[in-house]
Write a protein that binds this ligand. Structure first.
Ligand SMILES: C=C(O[C@@H]1C=C(C(=O)O)C=C[C@H]1O)C(=O)O
Length: 282
């Protein structure tokens, strides 16, 4: 019996999927391993995890040994509230300015580049930095933050009345393409899936059960999210109305649109096909 090493990104947007596992309400044959998204991508690619939440762009860059698990993603249809560009000037004035991008993200860094290239027509100098709003804004004209970091920074900007422009990339992407945005996918290593199809099927069922558990136990999920992030309850509530963990035909079309623009911006080398577990011959 193979123990699945199952990667967990400890962000508010993935908690609706992991909550039931953490509570021991739903189980699978293996263990959860927590880390930030970039490290998670690395661990998965190095073979230290069999299944993981992976940034959408990382899947596109590594399709050879990856299969998407069906029915699950991290996405939002329009404003997402956790992929935020803070800037001293309006985005259209960031041409030739320095924008510091969090090291914690991959998909959103590529999304910003796509929007700069194809929507804003802005050529900024993009640097990467640790996710610290103050330092990022001191050393540059803009700062891209994701996940809990972005949400905490936004609360701080509002509370302290900091004079920053705040741009929600999910909202801009929707204005630009009319599509939702798929930020991350749950992926299994193809070689593992080939050898252990029953375990992978069981995990897919467990993921569906886990999502259902969160939906029917929403108050407990909200409380856990609030406690874990220190964010106000109403912010967590609003966020869970926005974050979507499905993976439908609309999500797939939106994801392929994102990959198309990433390709046009030179961020991926080939056009991408989506290989989904249970639908693709391996
Ligand atoms: C929407 C988000 O999705 C996340 C964004 C990621 C990225 O930009 O690479 C990776 C994992 C996701 O959980 C977010 O964190 O705000």
């Amino acid at each position: 019996m193979a123990g699945i090493r199952f990667g967990q990104v400890d962000y508010l947007n993935t908690l609706p999927v992991y909550h039931a596992f953490e509570e021991g309400q739903v189980s699978f044959a293996g263990e959860l391993i927590k880390s930030p998204p970039v490290l998670q991508d690395k661990m998965f690619l190095e073979g230290q995890l069999e299944v993981s939440l992976i940034s959408s762009i990382t899947y596109a860059r590594n399709t050879d040994n990856c299969l998407i698990l069906p029915n699950v993603s991290v996405s939002a249809d329009g404003p997402v509230q956790s992929i935020l560009l803070f800037s001293h000037v309006p985005v259209t004035e960031l041409d030739r300015k320095v924008v510091n991008l969090t090291v914690s993200s991959v998909t959103s860094r590529a999304l910003l580049k796509v929007l700069f290239d194809h929507y804003y027509h802005v050529e900024a100098k993009l640097c990467t930095m640790a996710p610290n709003l103050e330092q990022m804004m001191t050393k540059g004209d803009g700062a891209l933050l994701v996940g809990n970091d972005a949400m905490r920074a936004h609360v701080k900007v509002k509370r302290q009345g900091l004079p920053y422009h705040v741009t929600d990339l999910g909202e801009v992407w929707k204005q630009f393409t009319g599509e939702r945005m798929v930020y991350a996918l749950w992926i299994v290593r193809k070689d593992f899936a080939k050898e252990h199809p029953d375990e992978v099927n069981a995990l897919c069922s467990a993921l569906l059960e886990a999502k259902k558990y969160s939906a029917v136990n929403l108050p407990a999920l909200l409380e856990k999210g609030r406690h874990r992030t220190g964010l106000p309850l109403e912010v967590v509530e609003e966020y869970y109305r926005i974050i979507n963990n499905e993976f439908t035909a609309d999500h797939r079309r939106a994801l392929l649109t994102y990959y198309d623009y990433c390709y046009k911006s030179g961020l991926i080398e080939e056009r991408v096909r989506l290989s989904v577990w249970g639908e693709t011959d391996i």
